[in-house]
Design a protein around this ligand. Sequence first.
Ligand code: MN
Length: 348
Amino acid sequence: MNNILDKGSLESLRRMIADSDRIVLTGHVRPDGDAVGSTLGLWHLLTRLGKRASVVMPDQPPRSLAFMPGFKEVSVFTRHEDFCRRLIGEADLIICCDFNKPSRQDSLGPVVAEADCRKVMIDHHQDPDAFCDLTFSYPDMSSTCELMFRIIAGMGYYMEMNLESATCLATGLITDTRNFTVNCRNPEVYEVLMHLLEKGVDKERIVREALLAQSMDSLKLHAYAIMEKLEIVEPMRAAIITINSEELARFHYERGDSEGLVNKPLNVRGIVSSFFLREDDDCIKVSARSVDNFPVSEVCERLFGGGGHRQAAGAEFHGTLEECRRMLIEALPSFKHYLPHKLDKLEY
Ligand code: MN
């Protein structure tokens, strides 16, 4: 495996860890497999090295990640704010994983940003803010977990990485690449996976738990959304699904139930982008995915002030569901030049 990480930065991080006793690991709001995997993956190692490490998340991670070793150790800011503030206040070092700016942590953001200790960022999103003393930003990597594996190995702690740590890191690698279907062109991604499997990771279980498992209500919500609520903007090869709160209630919606739905229309040959608009308590949640390098991050940013990765992005819109849908449909043609020159026939 090529050593693409900066030697000096690795040594700085190794020293910062060695010099710290209390270390807080933290991730982005609505923590996903990569945020929880990278923080817990490192947490297992630091605990093994005798550090008083803790994981603090802005809000509750989804139930689909509850199988991860150490999941119960995660402290949730919206649930135990005082406790989380104390952990951060007492920390010698804070390591920010899988996010690039304090706003990605909602109300936890300012608490972390203003904490009076050294901070490190370990992340793979573009354009990181400069709020950390040491920044590992590698937007070309599949996942923060891939980066975390490389950092741990690069600091010379591969032997200390146990099965628990490897399981957490593999979870982020698997969820961010959707079980190696996106962001996995670099052959070294599979070398990282190989090393994790060598640690004894049960990949099949991770795929089942973190990617596939859903409730019957969730399955039916997906079926309904595709049957009744999917529209195609044909000239733009875009799919749009809108779901209002009344429909969500009908399927006893719980957070995470619509996970993966936005990807489904992309299975149809000829569809280039897919947008899922869901009515939430105080806003419309926009989630967008694409193939053929169509920049949904730019769509989300320009229309709604959101962002993300080029082929996987999101935003929040303040207004009605119908306004959001109209805005999207009206603005999409201005992104037409990004469509591939040779379009597949749209297969209905
Ligand atoms: Mn990630």
